[in-house]
Design a protein around this ligand. Sequence first.
Ligand SMILES: [Zn+2]
Length: 378
Amino acid sequence: MKIDSERLAANFITLCEIDSPSRREGRVAALLKEIFTELGADEIVEDDSARTTGSDSGNLFIRFNGTLEREAVFFNCHMDTVEPGTGVRVRREGDTFFSAGDTVLGGDDKSGIAALIEAMRLVRARRLEHGPLEFIFTTCEEIGLLGAKALDPAMIRAGSGYALDSSGFGRVILGAPAANRLHIIIRGVAAHAGLHPERGISAIKLAAQAIAAAPCGRINKDSSINFGTIRGGEASNIVPAEVVIDGEIRSHSGRELDELTGRVRAAFSQVIDDWQDPGGEARGRPGLSFAAPLDFPVMKLRPDDLVIRRVAEAARLIGLDLKYESAGGGSDANIFNGYGRPTAIIATGMTNVHSTDEQISLRDLTGLTRLLVAIITL
Ligand SMILES: [Zn+2]
């Protein structure tokens, strides 16, 4: 199977050089509509998620009916890139792509998009038979998986699929943790720190006690906790009335996520409940508001799941060795798995992502394209 790697390279560069930081994916979305119309897509739908995400584009659903009786499969890439992602120019050295300047390359996730387009170009040009395909291009992945969260899961026709969105090559991600987002407010009482400190209750002191008592950092191989930001206090001569702490709890086990969230909550509650007024002059009592909503659900696939067997068979056909791994981060795949659509992540070859040193080789992009064609035509 000969891949037209120069056409792939040209298209990859074009995609990278159309800026699409989160919430400004519109130009890339417009190009994708054009390309897939030319490729004879049976259906191109933009959803109304822009109302929720604030993007200048919705998520795109592009469908090919195919001619084979197969279970439908979807492929997902996100259209947005991280900052600095404005004014991207691609530098090519031999067969490696870098950003020319002070921006990211945006191969995250345009490597996946470019390979998918090239795979489909090849499939159409050779009239290769395939089953029903669905391409789902999301917005705002990099700022909290907002596009995937805002899409209506009823719109996903395929029962399972692949997110093309991870660094390295030949890796398939089977699992990723769930996360709860922590938003904790501790309320004390303000007072003049020199004249009437006994009238106040220091929210900073209480926060320090609670954080010291709470579990934090790596808990075990599956779970971690982080207090990421802390804000509070007004001035050095005012007993601080409020502290706001934001953080996260991650775990590959949903049950452990609940349990750890309970332990963090208990540590904070206990400090507030145990507070005693030493002089009996405080003008109130401390208070706590503790929120830990689910940020993204756990992703856990088994080697015998159809979606894994399918990529394994495709890789075998083209003689590619795959490594199956777990990831530490959350991505759109967590959200799709949460929608009841088993979704594995396939690495695209990108490296040093989310930095101005980001790079990718044409060899890996070509290898990914070959794997995609094999999955599509299986
Ligand atoms: Zn990505």
